[in-house]
Design a protein around this ligand. Structure first.
Ligand code: 3AI
Length: 332
Protein backbone atom coordinates (compact mmCIF):
# COMPACT_ATOMS: atom_id res chain seq x y z
CA UNK A 1 0.00 0.00 0.00
CA UNK A 2 1.17 3.56 -0.70
CA UNK A 3 -0.48 6.91 -1.25
CA UNK A 4 0.11 10.59 -1.91
CA UNK A 5 -1.84 13.62 -0.72
CA UNK A 6 -1.46 17.21 -1.92
CA UNK A 7 -0.90 19.75 0.85
CA UNK A 8 -1.66 23.44 0.36
CA UNK A 9 -0.18 26.34 2.34
CA UNK A 10 -2.31 28.95 4.05
CA UNK A 11 -1.26 32.63 3.64
CA UNK A 12 2.48 33.12 4.41
CA UNK A 13 2.83 29.31 4.61
CA UNK A 14 1.43 29.60 8.17
CA UNK A 15 0.22 25.97 7.94
CA UNK A 16 -0.10 23.35 5.21
CA UNK A 17 -3.57 21.82 4.94
CA UNK A 18 -4.26 18.35 3.50
CA UNK A 19 -7.69 16.87 2.58
CA UNK A 20 -8.63 13.76 4.60
CA UNK A 21 -11.76 11.63 4.00
CA UNK A 22 -13.53 10.44 7.16
CA UNK A 23 -16.55 8.16 7.40
CA UNK A 24 -19.16 6.66 5.08
CA UNK A 25 -20.13 8.45 2.92
CA UNK A 26 -16.78 10.31 3.07
CA UNK A 27 -16.71 13.66 4.86
CA UNK A 28 -13.63 15.61 3.62
CA UNK A 29 -11.84 17.84 6.13
CA UNK A 30 -8.63 19.83 5.58
CA UNK A 31 -6.20 18.87 8.36
CA UNK A 32 -2.83 20.18 9.54
CA UNK A 33 -0.46 17.17 9.38
CA UNK A 34 1.60 17.58 12.52
CA UNK A 35 4.78 15.59 13.19
CA UNK A 36 4.96 17.44 16.53
CA UNK A 37 1.89 15.80 18.09
CA UNK A 38 0.03 12.47 18.00
CA UNK A 39 -3.71 13.12 18.13
CA UNK A 40 -5.98 13.10 15.07
CA UNK A 41 -8.67 15.57 16.15
CA UNK A 42 -11.32 17.37 14.13
CA UNK A 43 -13.81 20.20 14.35
CA UNK A 44 -17.16 18.52 14.90
CA UNK A 45 -20.91 18.95 15.03
CA UNK A 46 -20.55 18.66 18.83
CA UNK A 47 -18.83 22.07 19.09
CA UNK A 48 -20.79 25.13 20.22
CA UNK A 49 -21.44 27.34 17.17
CA UNK A 50 -19.50 30.16 18.91
CA UNK A 51 -16.32 28.05 18.53
CA UNK A 52 -16.74 27.58 14.77
CA UNK A 53 -15.90 30.21 12.15
CA UNK A 54 -16.08 28.57 8.72
CA UNK A 55 -14.35 25.26 9.48
CA UNK A 56 -15.77 22.02 8.01
CA UNK A 57 -17.30 19.81 10.69
CA UNK A 58 -17.18 16.02 11.04
CA UNK A 59 -20.59 14.71 12.05
CA UNK A 60 -20.33 11.08 13.23
CA UNK A 61 -24.13 10.72 13.19
CA UNK A 62 -23.96 11.04 9.38
CA UNK A 63 -21.40 8.23 9.04
CA UNK A 64 -22.69 4.63 8.90
CA UNK A 65 -19.23 3.38 9.94
CA UNK A 66 -18.69 5.69 12.96
CA UNK A 67 -18.61 4.03 16.37
CA UNK A 68 -18.17 5.90 19.63
CA UNK A 69 -15.31 4.70 21.88
CA UNK A 70 -17.33 4.54 25.08
CA UNK A 71 -15.84 6.53 27.97
CA UNK A 72 -12.83 7.75 26.00
CA UNK A 73 -11.76 11.40 26.21
CA UNK A 74 -8.83 13.45 24.96
CA UNK A 75 -7.28 16.77 25.98
CA UNK A 76 -4.26 18.36 24.29
CA UNK A 77 -2.19 21.51 24.81
CA UNK A 78 0.38 22.96 22.40
CA UNK A 79 3.52 25.03 22.74
CA UNK A 80 1.72 28.16 21.58
CA UNK A 81 -0.73 27.78 24.51
CA UNK A 82 -3.53 26.63 22.19
CA UNK A 83 -5.59 23.59 23.24
CA UNK A 84 -8.59 21.39 22.47
CA UNK A 85 -10.44 18.45 23.97
CA UNK A 86 -13.41 16.13 23.44
CA UNK A 87 -14.58 12.56 22.94
CA UNK A 88 -13.53 9.75 20.60
CA UNK A 89 -15.05 7.85 17.66
CA UNK A 90 -13.53 5.22 15.39
CA UNK A 91 -14.19 5.56 11.68
CA UNK A 92 -12.75 4.95 8.22
CA UNK A 93 -9.97 7.45 7.46
CA UNK A 94 -8.47 7.80 3.97
CA UNK A 95 -5.37 9.88 3.24
CA UNK A 96 -4.22 10.06 -0.38
CA UNK A 97 -5.68 6.62 -1.10
CA UNK A 98 -4.34 4.85 1.99
CA UNK A 99 -7.22 3.77 4.23
CA UNK A 100 -7.55 2.56 7.83
CA UNK A 101 -10.99 1.29 8.77
CA UNK A 102 -11.02 1.96 12.52
CA UNK A 103 -8.90 5.05 13.09
CA UNK A 104 -9.49 6.93 16.34
CA UNK A 105 -11.06 10.22 15.25
CA UNK A 106 -10.99 12.56 18.23
CA UNK A 107 -13.90 14.96 17.93
CA UNK A 108 -13.57 18.36 19.58
CA UNK A 109 -16.19 19.54 22.02
CA UNK A 110 -13.92 22.45 23.05
CA UNK A 111 -11.27 24.35 21.04
CA UNK A 112 -9.21 27.39 22.13
CA UNK A 113 -9.62 30.73 20.35
CA UNK A 114 -6.48 30.27 18.19
CA UNK A 115 -8.20 27.30 16.49
CA UNK A 116 -11.54 29.10 16.15
CA UNK A 117 -9.72 32.01 14.41
CA UNK A 118 -7.87 29.62 12.05
CA UNK A 119 -10.84 29.40 9.68
CA UNK A 120 -9.42 26.98 7.07
CA UNK A 121 -7.98 24.49 9.56
CA UNK A 122 -10.48 21.70 10.34
CA UNK A 123 -8.18 19.88 12.79
CA UNK A 124 -4.84 18.12 13.18
CA UNK A 125 -3.54 14.74 12.03
CA UNK A 126 -0.76 13.81 14.47
CA UNK A 127 2.32 12.08 13.04
CA UNK A 128 4.62 12.04 16.08
CA UNK A 129 4.92 8.82 18.10
CA UNK A 130 1.79 7.23 19.59
CA UNK A 131 3.40 7.34 23.06
CA UNK A 132 2.20 10.98 23.40
CA UNK A 133 -1.36 10.43 22.15
CA UNK A 134 -3.65 11.98 24.80
CA UNK A 135 -6.71 9.64 24.64
CA UNK A 136 -7.68 8.21 28.04
CA UNK A 137 -8.20 5.71 29.62
CA UNK A 138 -6.87 3.71 26.61
CA UNK A 139 -4.26 5.54 24.47
CA UNK A 140 -4.91 5.42 20.69
CA UNK A 141 -2.48 5.00 17.76
CA UNK A 142 -1.62 7.57 15.09
CA UNK A 143 -2.80 7.06 11.51
CA UNK A 144 0.81 6.26 10.49
CA UNK A 145 1.18 3.60 13.20
CA UNK A 146 -2.15 2.07 12.19
CA UNK A 147 -1.30 1.79 8.47
CA UNK A 148 2.40 0.92 8.97
CA UNK A 149 2.09 -2.87 8.49
CA UNK A 150 0.19 -2.36 5.22
CA UNK A 151 2.69 0.10 3.72
CA UNK A 152 5.17 -1.01 1.01
CA UNK A 153 7.86 0.79 3.04
CA UNK A 154 7.62 1.91 6.73
CA UNK A 155 7.90 5.59 5.83
CA UNK A 156 6.03 8.81 5.20
CA UNK A 157 7.64 11.78 3.47
CA UNK A 158 7.13 15.55 3.48
CA UNK A 159 7.75 17.66 0.38
CA UNK A 160 6.62 21.10 1.61
CA UNK A 161 7.21 24.12 -0.65
CA UNK A 162 7.62 27.89 -0.35
CA UNK A 163 4.27 29.56 -1.18
CA UNK A 164 3.20 26.55 -3.28
CA UNK A 165 1.41 23.22 -2.78
CA UNK A 166 3.52 20.15 -1.93
CA UNK A 167 2.81 16.52 -1.01
CA UNK A 168 2.76 14.09 1.89
CA UNK A 169 3.45 10.51 0.70
CA UNK A 170 2.88 7.32 2.67
CA UNK A 171 4.68 4.01 2.06
CA UNK A 172 6.91 5.22 -0.77
CA UNK A 173 9.99 7.40 -1.31
CA UNK A 174 9.33 9.20 -4.61
CA UNK A 175 12.68 9.72 -6.35
CA UNK A 176 11.22 12.47 -8.56
CA UNK A 177 10.83 14.69 -5.49
CA UNK A 178 14.51 15.07 -4.56
CA UNK A 179 18.01 15.20 -5.99
CA UNK A 180 21.23 13.53 -4.82
CA UNK A 181 21.36 11.20 -1.85
CA UNK A 182 19.16 11.03 1.23
CA UNK A 183 21.23 11.49 4.41
CA UNK A 184 19.74 9.58 7.34
CA UNK A 185 20.20 10.32 11.03
CA UNK A 186 18.96 8.43 14.09
CA UNK A 187 15.84 9.59 15.93
CA UNK A 188 15.47 9.69 19.72
CA UNK A 189 11.74 9.01 20.22
CA UNK A 190 11.85 9.09 24.04
CA UNK A 191 9.88 12.36 24.24
CA UNK A 192 7.46 11.13 21.55
CA UNK A 193 8.92 13.50 18.91
CA UNK A 194 11.06 13.00 15.79
CA UNK A 195 14.11 14.31 17.67
CA UNK A 196 17.53 14.31 15.98
CA UNK A 197 20.94 15.99 16.08
CA UNK A 198 21.55 18.98 13.87
CA UNK A 199 25.29 18.65 13.14
CA UNK A 200 25.93 22.38 13.03
CA UNK A 201 25.16 25.61 11.22
CA UNK A 202 26.51 28.42 9.09
CA UNK A 203 25.31 31.62 7.48
CA UNK A 204 26.47 34.51 5.36
CA UNK A 205 30.21 34.72 5.10
CA UNK A 206 30.93 32.78 8.33
CA UNK A 207 32.24 29.25 7.95
CA UNK A 208 30.17 26.22 9.02
CA UNK A 209 30.34 25.62 12.79
CA UNK A 210 30.24 21.95 13.81
CA UNK A 211 28.30 22.79 16.99
CA UNK A 212 25.60 20.11 17.25
CA UNK A 213 22.22 20.72 18.87
CA UNK A 214 19.05 18.63 19.28
CA UNK A 215 15.83 19.49 17.48
CA UNK A 216 12.45 18.01 16.57
CA UNK A 217 11.12 17.90 13.00
CA UNK A 218 7.73 19.58 13.43
CA UNK A 219 5.60 19.98 10.29
CA UNK A 220 2.91 21.64 12.45
CA UNK A 221 5.12 24.56 13.49
CA UNK A 222 5.50 27.46 11.05
CA UNK A 223 8.93 28.80 11.96
CA UNK A 224 12.30 27.34 12.98
CA UNK A 225 12.96 27.95 16.69
CA UNK A 226 16.73 27.52 17.15
CA UNK A 227 19.17 28.02 20.06
CA UNK A 228 19.08 31.69 21.13
CA UNK A 229 22.82 32.27 20.65
CA UNK A 230 22.65 31.02 17.06
CA UNK A 231 19.62 33.20 16.29
CA UNK A 232 21.44 36.18 17.83
CA UNK A 233 24.56 35.57 15.72
CA UNK A 234 22.44 35.24 12.56
CA UNK A 235 20.51 38.50 13.02
CA UNK A 236 23.69 40.41 13.90
CA UNK A 237 24.43 39.97 10.18
CA UNK A 238 21.17 41.77 9.28
CA UNK A 239 21.36 45.58 9.32
CA UNK A 240 18.55 47.06 11.43
CA UNK A 241 17.48 43.71 12.91
CA UNK A 242 16.40 43.80 16.57
CA UNK A 243 14.87 41.54 19.16
CA UNK A 244 11.34 42.87 19.62
CA UNK A 245 11.02 42.44 23.39
CA UNK A 246 7.20 42.46 23.26
CA UNK A 247 7.16 39.61 20.71
CA UNK A 248 10.35 37.94 22.02
CA UNK A 249 11.19 37.69 18.34
CA UNK A 250 13.57 39.19 15.78
CA UNK A 251 12.22 41.79 13.38
CA UNK A 252 14.04 43.80 10.69
CA UNK A 253 13.42 46.27 7.85
CA UNK A 254 11.44 44.43 5.11
CA UNK A 255 13.99 45.46 2.44
CA UNK A 256 16.80 43.71 4.35
CA UNK A 257 18.82 41.14 2.43
CA UNK A 258 18.83 38.05 4.70
CA UNK A 259 21.73 35.60 4.52
CA UNK A 260 20.99 31.95 3.71
CA UNK A 261 21.10 29.64 6.75
CA UNK A 262 23.06 26.38 6.40
CA UNK A 263 22.26 23.42 8.66
CA UNK A 264 24.03 20.08 8.86
CA UNK A 265 22.71 16.54 9.10
CA UNK A 266 25.57 14.08 9.45
CA UNK A 267 28.12 15.07 6.80
CA UNK A 268 25.46 16.72 4.60
CA UNK A 269 24.77 20.44 4.44
CA UNK A 270 21.38 22.00 3.53
CA UNK A 271 20.51 25.60 2.75
CA UNK A 272 17.48 27.58 3.91
CA UNK A 273 17.34 30.46 1.38
CA UNK A 274 17.38 33.93 2.96
CA UNK A 275 14.07 34.69 1.24
CA UNK A 276 12.38 31.94 3.29
CA UNK A 277 13.67 33.67 6.45
CA UNK A 278 12.13 37.01 5.44
CA UNK A 279 8.95 35.40 6.69
CA UNK A 280 6.18 38.03 6.71
CA UNK A 281 5.11 41.49 7.78
CA UNK A 282 5.09 41.87 11.55
CA UNK A 283 1.83 43.75 11.26
CA UNK A 284 -0.36 44.35 8.18
CA UNK A 285 -0.52 48.04 9.11
CA UNK A 286 3.27 48.56 8.95
CA UNK A 287 4.76 47.63 5.54
CA UNK A 288 8.32 48.39 6.61
CA UNK A 289 8.85 45.95 9.51
CA UNK A 290 9.23 42.22 8.82
CA UNK A 291 9.28 39.13 11.03
CA UNK A 292 12.01 36.48 10.91
CA UNK A 293 11.48 32.81 10.00
CA UNK A 294 14.35 31.89 12.36
CA UNK A 295 13.59 32.67 16.01
CA UNK A 296 15.12 31.72 19.40
CA UNK A 297 13.71 28.56 20.93
CA UNK A 298 11.98 28.98 24.29
CA UNK A 299 14.81 27.28 26.14
CA UNK A 300 12.87 23.99 26.30
CA UNK A 301 16.11 22.10 25.72
CA UNK A 302 15.70 21.44 22.02
CA UNK A 303 15.04 23.33 18.81
CA UNK A 304 11.69 23.15 17.01
CA UNK A 305 12.50 22.73 13.32
CA UNK A 306 9.27 23.74 11.64
CA UNK A 307 8.25 24.48 8.09
CA UNK A 308 10.81 27.26 7.44
CA UNK A 309 13.52 24.58 7.65
CA UNK A 310 11.55 21.55 6.41
CA UNK A 311 10.34 23.23 3.19
CA UNK A 312 13.97 23.66 2.03
CA UNK A 313 14.41 19.87 1.86
CA UNK A 314 12.70 16.55 1.12
CA UNK A 315 12.18 14.77 4.45
CA UNK A 316 11.73 11.03 5.10
CA UNK A 317 10.11 10.01 8.40
CA UNK A 318 11.24 6.35 8.64
CA UNK A 319 9.75 4.13 11.36
CA UNK A 320 12.50 1.61 10.63
CA UNK A 321 11.76 -2.08 10.67
CA UNK A 322 13.91 -3.74 13.33
CA UNK A 323 16.21 -0.69 13.56
CA UNK A 324 15.42 2.52 15.42
CA UNK A 325 13.37 5.21 13.70
CA UNK A 326 15.35 7.67 11.61
CA UNK A 327 14.95 10.88 9.62
CA UNK A 328 16.23 11.32 6.08
CA UNK A 329 16.99 14.66 4.41
CA UNK A 330 17.64 15.35 0.73
CA UNK A 331 18.09 18.42 -1.46
CA UNK A 332 15.41 19.15 -4.04
C1 3AI B 1 2.35 23.52 26.30
C2 3AI B 1 2.19 22.04 25.92
C3 3AI B 1 3.54 21.37 25.74
C4 3AI B 1 4.29 22.07 24.63
C5 3AI B 1 3.35 19.89 25.36
N1 3AI B 1 2.60 19.78 24.11
C6 3AI B 1 3.27 19.37 23.01
O1 3AI B 1 4.46 19.15 22.95
C7 3AI B 1 2.42 19.20 21.76
C8 3AI B 1 2.04 17.72 21.62
N2 3AI B 1 3.21 19.61 20.59
C9 3AI B 1 3.46 20.95 20.40
O2 3AI B 1 3.01 21.80 21.13
C10 3AI B 1 4.39 21.36 19.25
C11 3AI B 1 5.79 20.96 19.63
C12 3AI B 1 6.23 21.76 20.81
S1 3AI B 1 7.78 21.18 21.40
C13 3AI B 1 7.45 20.96 23.11
N3 3AI B 1 4.10 20.74 17.96
C14 3AI B 1 2.78 20.69 17.58
C15 3AI B 1 2.20 22.05 17.28
N4 3AI B 1 2.94 22.74 16.24
C16 3AI B 1 0.77 21.78 16.84
C17 3AI B 1 0.00 22.99 16.49
C18 3AI B 1 -0.39 23.19 15.18
C19 3AI B 1 -1.16 24.28 14.81
C20 3AI B 1 -1.52 25.21 15.82
C21 3AI B 1 -1.13 25.02 17.14
C22 3AI B 1 -0.38 23.91 17.48
C23 3AI B 1 2.61 19.20 26.49
O3 3AI B 1 1.48 18.72 26.19
O4 3AI B 1 3.20 19.11 27.55
Amino acid sequence: DSGSAKTTPEKDDLEYLTPVSIGTPPQVLNLDFDSGSSDLWVFSSELPQSSVSGQSLYDPSKSSTAEEVQGATWNISYGDQSSSNGIVYRDVVNVGGVEFKSQAVEIATTVSSQFTRDTNNDGLLGLAFSSINTVQPQQEKTFFDNILSNLDAPVWTADLKYHAPGTYDFGVIDKSKYTGDITYTDVDQSDGFWMFDVAGYGFGNSTFKAAPFKGIADTGTTLAMIPAEIAGAYYRQVKGAKLDSQQGAYVFPCDSVLPDFIFGVGNARYTIPGKFINYSLLDESDPTTCFGGLQPDMGIGFAILGDILLKSTFVVFDAGTESTPRLGFAKK
